[in-house]
Design a protein around this ligand. Sequence first.
Ligand code: NAD
Length: 294
Amino acid sequence: SIQTLSQRYYSTSNIKSVGVIGGGQMGSGIAQVLAQVAKRNVILVDLNKAVVEKSLININGFLQKSVAKGVITEEDRQSTLKRISFSDDLNSLKNVDFVIEAIVENTEIKCNLFKDLSKICKPEAILASNTSSISITQIASNTNNPQNVIGMHFMNPVPIMKLVEVIPSLQTNDETLKTTMELAAEMNKTTTLSKDMPGFIANRLLMPYINEAVQALHEGLGTREDIDTTMKLGCNMPMGPLTLADFIGLDTCYSIMNILHTQLGDKYKPSPLLKRYVEAGRLGKKVKHGFYTY
Ligand code: NAD
């Protein structure tokens, strides 16, 4: 009946299985928390077979540490792993009820993926993107059911950070929004709502702060240690802004600043020093070299 149809997605109990796309640092964490905390069956898809294998190793490594610390039991570790299957084929997502995309931060690649998902997935499946800065409205416009598309922005590392920013686009309907908030709650995350504007809330505030720290370094206002220690010990930040930029990835910081700059104006111009680091391939901790060496 019409009533059953309209109620279909008012409850997360209808979400039997979730697809996660991208087995990098974010996708692995999202798959783990879905399986471990929300107790959902998860299919983790990455086009790169080596990444698929590595993400299993990463998830298992995290779970083993949690067992050693006494946070979870050995049984929890095994049942979590049993709930996750791995694939390098997008077609394996044809029966999932909810998808969370966490592939590379590139507008064209993401839009093409959503076009494909729209053909492969059930029409009522909710398609969420973990993008840090790309317009959810633009991503949604590549699908046949833009009312089912939403932003679900997790923080890094996913198993540890409490927040998920939820970003409805201009087209997102209330069922999609409600179901997404409920699923995040079942993952034991606190949600905030942001409009679909560049950087959403977290990166709109964080990236200009990091960029200003890079500009301060560029101008010789202080050394990298002076800048980081001032913010850490003087302003009670858990880590300094240059260390944080290294953790996030300087390429990611630069691409988010560029989106803020082009859409919101000159106030958000990336520091030329940030651009130089990216040109030099000093992208931060992931390549063992950024503002610091690892
Ligand atoms: P990553 O480079 O670690 O992982 C991306 C993965 O996507 C890679 O394993 C790659 O093989 C895979 N991939 C690329 N194209 C694909 C495709 N078409 N189909 C399937 N897999 C594909 O990146 P990450 O840091 O995990 O970031 C992923 C997303 O999460 C980005 O949109 C990023 O902006 C967002 N994000 C990142 C952070 C962070 O701190 N790193 C925080 C919040 C959100």
